[in-house]
Design a protein around this ligand. Structure first.
Ligand code: IMP
Length: 202
């Protein structure tokens, strides 16, 4: 039995396949990347759009995820726009021209920190939605959250994306300092939610 993990991110492929290794199935990468527009306004719908497109293109059970950071004081943003938050009109006044020389992740983090500069409510959560399409009409899904707070400044060198500015609940350091991130992550929780169902249908 094969399961295609629809990502071009090597780290994510390894993270997901190692979390699901007890399923004893073969994990495969897509032959090539599809340009699926994530046009929906929920993580779950975007994961579904991606999984369905990959299933239809390659005919192999396809797993896709969509994830992001949800910040209470910003009305849920960056949300489904997490990857491209630095380009969004919302809050663009806090970035200066020279900031755009920074790497994308640093720019996203800078934008969040500036928008929250005078904000006391720093509550936030990472959300992950994962969808597996087994046929054109049969799919299963799982969702997971990791609650926490936005730090005052970035720290740590592990992980990716918003990890340096996110402090999980119950910790006093950012996710970019936590070596066992994969055990507590939103993706792990979404996969756990999916695991038993996946065992039955694969
Ligand atoms: P996607 O699910 O790969 O589309 O990820 C969307 C964006 O959400 C990423 O580019 C990151 O900015 C952010 N993100 C998702 N998961 C994480 C995480 O575990 N740590 C930090 N940032 C994340």
């Amino acid at each position: 039995m094969k399961l295609m993990i629809c990502t071009s991110n090597k780290k994510k492929f390894e993270e997901i396949s190692s979390m699901l290794k007890a399923l004893n199935i073969e994990f495969v990468k897509p032959p090539y990347e599809l340009d699926v527009e994530e046009t929906a306004n929920t993580f779950l719908s975007n994961a579904y759009l991606k999984a369905r497109a990959y299933y239809e293109a390659f005919g192999i059970p396809a797993l896709a995820d969509d994830s992001g950071l949800v910040i209470e004081a910003l009305g849920g943003r960056p949300g489904v726009y997490s990857a491209r938050f630095y380009k969004e009109e919302f809050g663009s006044h806090v970035l200066k021209e020279e900031d755009y020389n920074l790497p994308k992740d640093d720019l996203n983090n800078l934008k969040v920190l500036r928008l929250l500069e005078n904000e006391e409510n720093r509550r936030a959560k990472f959300v992950s939605a994962i969808v597996v399409m087994m046929s054109n009409s049969q799919g299963i899904f799982g969702e997971g959250e990791l609650k926490g707070y936005i730090a005052k400044e970035p720290s740590g060198s592990l992980g990716f994306g918003y990890d340096p500015i996110f402090i999980p609940e119950g910790y006093d350091v950012s996710l970019a300092n936590i070596e066992h991130k994969n055990e507590i992550s939103h993706r792990r929780k979404a996969l756990n939610a999916l695991f038993d169902m996946l065992k039955k249908v694969l």
